[in-house]
Design a binder for this molecule. Sequence first.
Ligand code: THU
Length: 135
Amino acid sequence: MEQLITCAMAARELAYAPYSSYHVGAAVRGKSGKIYTGCNVENASYGATICAERNAIWKAVSEGEKEILALAIVGGPAGGDLSYAFPCGMCRQVLREFSDPDRVQIYVAKNTSDYKVYTLAELLPDSFGPDILLP
Ligand code: THU
């Protein structure tokens, strides 16, 4: 967990967020044990922006991971203190596709010793997922 938060903090250093100046870093651990990181990457056409969490999840899946076991997120204004940066609704839904909602651990962190931990079932209750369409 400490390693995952450290990786998220390192990823945040690479955030490209000239429009919001809100820098986010994320790291996911796949079932293989490997860690994948992502930062938010904004775009002048705002809707083309990608969140740090989805960036990390898609990196993992595109490297062959099918299940995410844990996700760490750090975020805050550029040059300012980190606050608890909760994942947006779209990122929660994307995580739903590639995790067990009752088991995946989501660390919303300020640093390696100040964090909150949730399952996806807590952050996205009564969710719609692959099991509905692929029984
Ligand atoms: N952002 C994330 O990276 N993750 C979230 O879960 C919420 C928002 C980014 C998107 C945008 O670059 C900036 O934060 C402000 O919304």
